[in-house]
Design a protein around this ligand. Structure first.
Ligand code: FAD
Length: 388
C-alpha cells in the first residue's frame, strides 16, 4: 500500500523550507507586487541564502552537488515553496536539469557558474506563431564555418530579465521520419549581450517578478561549441524534463491551493454578516468543503505520479491528468476564495487577488488544459481504435 506520510527526514526538510519562506521570502512579497520585478541585490541575496541553507540544488542529483532527493520528496517541498511569491521563490532554486547536459568547455562557462548561483538561465521555446504547436517554431540557425547564425523571435520567456544566458530552441534543418518531414530542432546556449540579441520585458497580469520577455535574434553568431547536447536533439533534451516539469507544476498548484484555502478558512471564520460568521452559511462552507475535497484528490494524484516517476513507471497519462486536474482545481479554488472574501477579495490590499490572478497561467503553460485533454484522450482511445 502506498503511504505518503512524510518520513522524519522529509519533515525536517519541509520545516526548513517553511522557516526559509517566512524569514527570507514573505517579508519582500508586497514590495515585489508593487515593483513588478525583483531587484538584482535582492535576487542575489535570496540565491546566496538558499545556497547557505542547502536548498538551492534540491532538485538535482548528488553528482551535480544536489540533494539527490526522490521526486516524492521534491514534490513535498514544492507544495511548500508554491505558497510564496513565484518571483522570489524562483531565486531559491538553481539551474534546470537540462543544463546538466553541458559538456566540454560549456561546463565551466555555463553549468558550474549556474550551480554556484553566479549565473542564471532561461528556457526559450515559444514563439509568436508557435506555442502549443511547438514543433512549428521558425527561429532558425544556419551553419557558417565553426559558427551558427540565429534569426527569429521568441516570446513569453520567463525570467529573461534576470537570466544571464538562454537555452534557445532553433530549427537547424529537416529530417525524413516515418511520419513525414520533420523540423530538426537544436538547443543553443546564447549569452545575453551577444550582438544582435535583444531581450525586452513583457507585461503580464500574473506572477509579478517572474516576468515573461520577448527575445529577438538578428544575425546572432554563436560558436558551434554552444550547442547543448547534439544537433537535432533539442526536443529529446526538453522531453527528458517534461514529466518532472508537469508534476512540479501540479505540485505548485496544490501548494497554492493549500495557502488559498487556509486564508479563506480564516476569513470565513471571522467575517460576520447577519449576526454570525459567514462560515455558518452553507453557501460559504460548502464551497470550502468542495475545495478541500479536490485538494486531497490533487495531492494524491501528484504524489502518485511523482512516486511512479521514482519507480520508472510514470506515463504521459499520469503527468497530464495530475497537471490538468491540479491547475483547474486551483482556478476553482481561487474563484471560490474571491467570492467568499466578497469585495475585499478584489482589493490590492489583500493578497487573495494575487493568487486569483496568478492561478490563471497554470492552465496555459507547460501544455494548456486542451493539450493535456488531447494527450489523455489520445492515450486512452488509441488502443480501442486499433482494435476496432
Ligand atoms: C506567463 C507565461 C510564461 C511563459 N514562460 C515560458 C518560458 O519560459 N519558455 C517558453 O518557451 N514558453 C513559455 N510560455 C509559453 C507557454 O508555454 C505557451 O503560452 C503555451 O504553450 C500555449 O501557447 P500559446 O500561448 O501560443 O497558445 P496557442 O498554442 O496559440 O493556443 C491558443 C488556444 O488554442 C488551444 N489549442 C491549441 N492547439 C490545440 C489543439 N490541438 N487542440 C485543442 N486546443 C488547442 C490552446 O489550448 C489555447 O486555448 C509562457 C507563457 C506564459 C503566459
Amino acid at each position: 500500500m502506498l503511504d505518503f506520510t512524510p518520513s522524519n527526514e522529509q519533515v525536517m526538510l519541509i520545516d526548513s523550507v517553511r522557516a526559509f519562506i517566512e524569514k527570507e521570502i514573505r517579508p519582500h512579497e508586497d514590495r515585489i507586487e508593487e515593483l513588478g520585478y525583483v531587484p538584482e541585490e535582492l535576487e542575489k541575496d535570496i540565491r546566496r541564502k538558499s545556497i547557505e541553507a542547502g536548498l538551492y540544488l534540491r532538485h538535482l542529483p548528488e553528482e551535480w552537488g544536489g540533494l539527490g532527493l526522490d521526486h516524492v520528496t521534491q514534490t513535498l517541498l514544492t507544495f511548500e515553496f508554491a505558497q510564496a511569491s513565484s518571483g522570489l521563490t524562483v531565486c531559491t532554486g538553481g539551474p534546470t536539469y537540462i543544463l546538466t547536459k553541458c559538456r566540454g568547455e560549456q561546463v565551466e562557462r555555463y553549468l558550474n557558474p549556474a550551480l554556484r548561483g553566479e549565473r542564471a538561465e532561461a528556457f526559450a521555446l515559444t514563439e509568436p506563431d508557435a506555442g502549443s504547436d511547438a514543433r512549428n517554431i521558425k527561429t532558425r540557425a544556419v551553419k557558417d564555418g565553426k559558427h551558427w547564425v540565429i534569426n527569429g523571435r521568441k516570446h513569453f520567456i520567463s525570467e529573461g530579465d534576470l537570466a544571464d544566458f538562454f537555452i534557445v530552441m532553433c530549427v537547424t534543418g529537416e529530417d525524413e521520419t516515418p511520419r513525414g518531414k520533420q523540423k530538426r530542432i537544436t538547443s543553443f546556449l546564447v549569452d545575453k549581450g551577444t550582438p544582435g540579441f535583444d531581450v525586452r520585458k513583457m507585461e503580464a497580469v500574473c506572477t509579478r517578478g517572474y516576468n515573461p520577455t520577448d527575445l529577438t535574434f538578428d544575425n546572432v553568431r554563436v560558436h558551434e561549441s554552444q550547442i547543448l547536447g547534439e544537433e537535432g536533439q533539442g526536443f529529446d533534451l526538453a522531453n527528458e524534463w517534461l514529466y518532472a516539469g508537469r508534476i512540479a507544476m501540479a505540485a505548485y498548484c496544490v501548494g497554492q491551493t493549500r495557502r488559498v484555502l487556509a486564508m479563506t478558512n480564516d476569513w470565513a471564520a471571522s467575517r460576520k454578516a447577519f449576526g454570525q460568521t459567514i462560515s455558518r452559511f452553507q453557501g460559504v462552507s460548502f464551497k470550502i468543503a468542495d475545495v478541500a475535497t479536490e485538494l486531497r484528490a490533487a495531492e494524491l494524484m501528484t504524489l502518485n505520479a511523482a512516486w511512479k516517476l521514482d519507480q520508472g513507471t510514470c506515463t504521459r497519462l499520469d503527468t497530464s491528468t495530475c497537471k490538468l486536474f491540479a491547475s483547474e482545481m486551483l482556478g476553482r479554488a481561487t474563484d471560490h476564495a474571491v467570492q467568499i472574501f466578497g469585495g475585499m477579495g478584489l482589493m490590492m490590499e489583500l493578497p487573495i487577488q494575487r493568487y486569483w490572478r496568478d492561478a490563471r497561467v497554470h492552465r496555459i503553460w507547460e501544455g494548456t488544459s486542451e493539450i493535456q485533454r488531447h494527450i489523455i484522450s489520445r492515450d486512452l482511445l488509441r488502443p480501442h481504435e486499433q482494435n476496432a
